[in-house]
Ligand binder design. Sequence first.
Ligand SMILES: C[S@@+](CC[C@H](N)C(=O)[O-])C[C@H]1O[C@@H](n2cnc3c(N)ncnc32)[C@H](O)[C@@H]1O
Length: 227
Amino acid sequence: MLETNRIYNMDCLEGIKKIETGSVKLVATDPPYFQGFTHNGQKGAFNDLAISRPFFAQLAQEFARILSEDGEFYIFCDWRGYAFYYPIFADYLPVRNMIVWDKMSGAGNFYRNTHELMIYGAVNSQTIRRETNVWTEKAFSSGARVSDGEKAHPTQKPLGIMQRIITNSSAPGDLVLDCFVGSGSTAVAAVKTGRRFIGFEIDERYFNIAQDRIARETKAAFLAPAT
Ligand SMILES: C[S@@+](CC[C@H](N)C(=O)[O-])C[C@H]1O[C@@H](n2cnc3c(N)ncnc32)[C@H](O)[C@@H]1O
């Protein structure tokens, strides 16, 4: 079994198999959006996603296994990714809603993209969340830089939105899982809010960036005066 309060430089599908069944209260994760360029330099297309369908189907089954009886999950995606991810995750997990993250700024010529989406689910049908499913939270381009510092990853999530997910759907001491750590925002937000975490990041460069951010935050939390 894996130690908690650690991230691992490995493929998440390998790593998640070592997590105890029913031990995770919250999955908060941000898989690749596949909007960029393919390995041969061509512009990526929606059909490119098909190759990763079996991977995400296995990951969804693992989420179903490791989530606790009151577990919840949030999976980030954009408008194209939602169409791909929703049927895969809904096959194995109790998806309950979609959350729209209003980022208050964004780029694009065919209407500016000022939102991202999250697939939201709760294992227990009695879980009640009364907030609306449209959340306004600053992105880096709309001011998160002031609180979070410069971006260390091209798709880095601001701490504000990660802390909102974590405080809504877990309690101090609960275990939070992020399978696609990137720069480590989920883990940093978990440290800030007193949750335990496990994370996986396949790219060594981002793994090291995340390790540094988590170490800084853990030291700051340790040095903070008790309230
Ligand atoms: C969209 S980014 C996550 C950004 C992150 N939310 C943040 O705030 O920095 C997705 C990350 O998943 C990593 N990744 C892709 N495939 C992976 C896999 N199979 N296992 C673990 N990490 C993976 C990529 O290297 C990338 O850093």
